[in-house]
Design a protein around this ligand. Structure first.
Ligand SMILES: [Zn+2]
Length: 419
């Protein structure tokens, strides 16, 4: 028989509320980073009194975030167990929503980063935004049912979206490669239908966090995500570097693909001429090689693998152009590692030496050769993991995202499983 959950004593309930107490978050962060620790170790590390620390521990345990483990102490000898504490990683969960047109993916993960359920749907037939919202809700519904069945507490979500987003809400303002998404506010949708606080941000953030686990912390990395469009993200110390374009006219980093490099260049989806994306975006390649029975991004990867000389030569030209035109940005951010990810990432293998040659033409061979260039393997798996990692960080480290919105400021999250 299951034991009924003990009531939280009034003296803790009255003094410590997860809704407002920032110090509880510091305790949680410390245990998340350090693993198993005693209360004494945590109170010493955070300069909290033992009494205060104990209140935080009881509060966090009561809310399902921490659990204690009884260990025999080697120092004190047999018969004197000590209590160690850790984050209850298997009891807490996040949802990653990834909009990678024409697909949407929803993945449920626990705090140990174990994927528990992955769902997807094609949005190709969706002519209206409400239909997209319905499809997304149906996937999230299934994922929350799974969370419930596993008695997980769903704490936070992260939605990775393409295009230009409203900086305040994360709603899609402009998505030139999939206009039906325009106006979609995933944060509001998740709050209204599921009460799950969800940060909506660029695909670049999920791509970056997906790669970041593999990139040394002190390395400044540029992540290029190559799909229908061409997006960019920069990060260091496992955090995304963000630059806001200002109220009018300026661009955010992910829009680097829409910086014009030739006023008389090819016309881009965005209405301008000569954007980097107008040379290299997946939508351009699909048009150029339509005559070779290419209808999807997967077809493009297969075409290159089949040894198509014309396509491979186009890929070398694109890589050279990318090297030349990204050189300035690479210098500006001090990038030492370039990761190419996304469904078209395998195409970069045909042009990697041309990319370095283009780069070398601007910044010199010595600097160019110091830059690590890597094509990501299994980028979809990493992307979904990255979205969940972003969701965990949005929950545990909201300060990292304070310039963004859609964040829950409490530690509450959304409890789905019964107490
Ligand atoms: Zn453009």
């Amino acid at each position: 028989m299951k034991k009924a959950k003990k009531e939280l004593p009034d003296y803790i309930r009255g003094r410590i509320s997860l809704d407002e107490l920032l110090a509880s978050r510091r305790v949680l962060q410390h245990l998340y980073e350090q693993g198993l620790m005693t209360q004494g170790e945590v109170s010493a590390a955070l300069s909290l009194s033992q009494g205060t620390c104990n209140l935080h521990f009881q509060r966090l345990e009561y809310d399902g975030l921490l659990r204690s483990v009884r260990l025999q102490s080697a120092v004190r000898g047999p018969g004197r167990p000590t209590y160690h504490w850790e984050v209850a990683r298997e009891k807490n969960a996040t949802l990653g929503l990834v909009f990678d047109p024409p697909y949407v993916f929803v993945q449920l993960e626990d705090f140990a980063a174990t994927p528990l359920l992955t769902l997807s749907a094609s949005l190709l037939s969706c002519r209206r935004r409400v239909i997209i919202a319905e499809k997304v809700c149906a996937l999230v519904e299934k994922a929350t049912e799974e969370a419930q069945a596993r008695r997980l507490i769903l704490r936070h979500g992260f939605a990775a979206l393409p295009g230009v987003l409203d900086p305040a809400t994360g709603a899609v303002k402009r998505a030139v490669n999939f206009p039906t998404l325009e106006g979609l506010d995933v944060s509001a949708l998740m709050q209204t239908h599921f009460k799950v606080p969800t940060l909506a941000n660029s695909l670049g953030m999920a791509y970056y966090y997906g790669e970041a686990a593999e990139i040394p912390a002190s390395t400044t990395a540029m992540v290029i995500y190559w799909d229908l469009g061409l997006g960019f993200a920069f990060g260091r110390d496992r955090q995304l570097l963000t630059v806001h374009g200002g109220d009018e006219g300026g661009r955010t980093i992910s829009e680097l693909g829409h910086i014009s490099i030739d006023a008389n260049g090819p016309r881009c989806h965005c209405g301008e001429q000569g954007c980097i994306e107008a040379y290299a975006g997946g939508w351009v390649l699909l048009q150029q090689f339509a005559k070779d029975n290419v209808a999807s991004l997967e077809d493009l990867v297969a075409l290159a693998a089949s040894g198509h000389a014309g396509f491979q030569s186009t890929l070398r030209e694109i890589a050279h152009l990318l090297g030349r035109h990204l050189a300035g940005t690479i210098q500006m951010f001090g990038v030492t590692e370039v990761r190419i990810t996304g469904p078209l990432a395998p195409l970069f293998n045909y042009g990697q030496s041309e990319f370095l040659a283009g780069l070398s033409g601007i910044i010199g061979p010595q600097r160019a050769s110091s830059i690590q260039v890597q094509v990501s393997i299994d980028s979809k798996t990493r992307l979904l993991a990255g979205a969940n990692r972003a969701a965990r960080r949005a929950y545990l480290y909201p300060d990292e995202f304070k310039r963004l919105s859609g964040l829950s400021i409490t530690l509450q999250g959304q409890r789905l499983a019964g107490r």
